[in-house]
Design a protein around this ligand. Structure first.
Ligand code: URA
Length: 339
């Protein structure tokens, strides 16, 4: 059976949700495997391990019984059972006397995607992982990469990424890994969320409509795009341009962290909530984060609206300009003369 790409995406999504239901949000940022799984799951494992040790090793295995299994909330979809059932084989391997009648027609089994799943009981519902800032992820580097070596150092990170399959985005219809664009010695870096369709096709960040607006914002600050460094929290396009899942952002972040440590920008502008969440390790509304300085990897961080949001709500452009003016003062930039 060949699946359509939409079905493939749905299965992938279900699988990611399934992992999350098991408590696996985060394959990268666990500091200690012991604390990786939620408390309830660890306790359940520990209890079942104890039972296995206590059980007599020689006890005969009871005959297999059809088990009533509790399927996790978002287990990957399973095919409904076939209506025509095979007669069980008799112990001797010969056909049983009583043929098994086909089961009466049943309504199709509800699949994962038919409706919103019921919420998990509180003891099973794992909390969303607390975001971890880039500063908490790794110690600050003690050495500055000399300007002349930065291109090679960034190329080495790109080589490490390779044809990445570390997270589900590798299987979500990605075409190109979008590494970054711009000056490896830039004083100013912009960090977005993740590639869209245009970026996925070209392999460069912010080249679509949002990218054109970002270019205008950069020019208004008195700079050219080539003078700044531009990257994203995730390097592969999330299907349907959805927000990256924590497991995806956390898996990809270490590469961005290394890029920042090489470029060592004076200022980073977090474009939108996703960039702010992962760079700073905070989960707050964007409006509450704007208008003040933060810090990550030795750089000052300002938070502003994502250009894609500004395209949807151009009334906020004035507010974004205030954020960029704060950055310009910090960098001693003069606004571009009006054309
Ligand atoms: N949106 C982003 O966050 N990044 C891109 O590269 C393009 C659109």
């Amino acid at each position: 059976m060949s699946l359509t790409s939409q079905e493939n995406l749905q299965h992938l999504r279900a699988y990611v949700d399934y992992l999350r239901d098991l408590g696996i949000y985060d394959l990268y940022r666990r500091e200690n495997p012991e604390t990786f799984l939620p408390e309830t799951v660890r306790e359940a494992f520990a209890a079942s391990a104890k039972r296995m040790v206590a059980a007599p090793q020689t006890a005969a295995k009871p005959p297999a019984q059809p088990e009533a299994r509790t399927v996790p909330r978002s287990a990957p979809p399973v095919s409904p059972p076939s209506v025509t059932q095979r007669a069980p084989m008799a112990a001797s391997g010969t056909r049983p006397q009583e043929p098994v009648r086909p089961a009466p027609p049943q309504p199709p089994a509800a699949t994962y995607f038919d409706s919103e799943p019921a919420p998990l009981p509180p003891e099973l519902a794992a909390p969303m992982p607390k975001p971890v800032s880039f500063d908490q992820l790794a110690p600050l580097p003690t050495q500055i990469i000399p300007a002349a070596e930065r291109v090679a150092a960034l190329e080495a990170i790109r080589a490490d990424i390779g044809d990445c399959t570390r997270c589900p985005l590798a299987y979500g219809g990605r075409h190109k890994i979008v590494f970054a664009d711009g000056d490896p010695n830039a004083r100013l870096m912009f960090v977005g969320e993740g590639p869209g369709a245009d970026e996925d096709a070209s392999g460069l960040p912010f080249v679509g409509k949002a990218g054109q607006l970002l270019n205008n914002m950069i020019r208004a600050m008195g700079l050219q795009r080539e003078e700044v460094y531009i990257a994203n929290i995730v390097k592969c396009r999330p299907p349907g341009n959805r927000t990256p899942e924590p497991i995806e952002a956390n898996t990809c972040s270490p590469f961005l962290l290394r890029q920042i440590d090489i470029v060592r920008p004076q200022v980073i502008v977090a474009l939108g909530g996703t960039a702010a969440t992962y760079l700073l390790g905070v989960k707050q509304s964007l409006s509450s984060l704007r208008g003040r300085w933060y810090s990550t990897r030795g750089a000052k961080v300002a938070v502003t609206y994502h250009p894609a949001f500004l395209l949807r709500d151009p009334r906020q452009k004035g507010e974004a300009w205030k954020d960029l003016q704060m950055v310009m003062v910090e960098l001693g930039l003069k606004p571009a003369a009006k054309a």
